[in-house]
Ligand binder design. Structure first.
Ligand code: ZN
Length: 233
């Protein structure tokens, strides 16, 4: 199984990090695509500096579970579904040829970049196999299944599937701690530590699912539909 997660920002991968860790531990191939460069996420550093720092943090986070790392470098807070970006998403998906793509829920998420990321995946999903749309890589071998990851703190998100990640909390915590620059930022913005922020959400879904830690997913309906639980751990 080839699993590709799309993070609108560096650290958005944490929403599904336990599931990615679980896939990786079971021998599946995992990739994380960071679409924007996170250049606004700091109260200390300027755009270029924080983007450079967050790229290395994202790379380290992916490395914790041995995931392939893709960095598209779109400007943070200005992700749109225009042709250049759509081609970029299409090409990176073709490069990896995923069975499953995990992305934000475009219908209920709060952040415009997350909504755009989910929309972009939606927009290119069928195009991935169409040979007359040329990109730098050859078409995918099949249209990937799409799973929506939870929203931040689960707001507006009604899960259809829970993945028990109790055994992968340590990996998820290690990935969280890679995002060193966001510790101060989250404390300044929301008065909570990054690790507590992630842990409470993962425990909350765990309580719902009857285990210690869990992550939640949904499956958007569109043609051609694949069995919704197909392949998802
Ligand atoms: Zn985000």
């Amino acid at each position: 199984m080839r699993v590709m997660a799309f993070a609108a920002h560096p650290d958005d991968e944490l929403v599904c990090a336990g599931t990615l860790a679980k896939y990786a531990a079971k021998g599946h191939k995992v990739a994380i695509v960071f679409i924007t460069n996170g250049e606004v996420g700091s109260e200390i550093y300027g755009n270029e500096e924080i983007a450079r720092i967050r790229k290395e943090e994202a790379r380290a986070s992916a490395a914790v579970i041995g995931a392939e790392f893709y960095w598209l470098g779109v400007r943070d807070e200005f992700l749109y579904t225009d042709e250049p970006v759509r081609r970029m998403i299409l090409d990176v998906m073709r490069q990896f040829d995923p069975d499953i793509v995990i992305c934000p829920d475009k219908d209920v998420d709060y952040h415009p970049d997350h909504i755009a990321a989910g929309q972009l995946v939606w927009d290119v999903r069928v195009m991935t196999t169409v040979p007359n749309i040329k990109t730098g890589h050859k078409p995918c071998t099949k249209i990937p299944m799409v799973a929506y990851q939870d929203t931040v703190m689960g707001l507006n998100f009604m899960p259809e599937k829970y993945v028990d990640v109790s055994d992968y909390w340590d990996a998820k915590a290690a990935m969280t701690n890679c995002h060193e620059s966001q510790k101060g930022w989250l404390e300044a913005q929301y008065g909570v530590t990054h690790l507590e922020f992630v842990r409470v959400h993962t425990m909350f879904r765990g309580f719902q699912a009857g285990c210690k830690y869990a992550e939640a997913f949904k499956f958007p309906r569109f043609f051609p539909m694949r069995t919704e639980s197909e392949g998802l751990l």
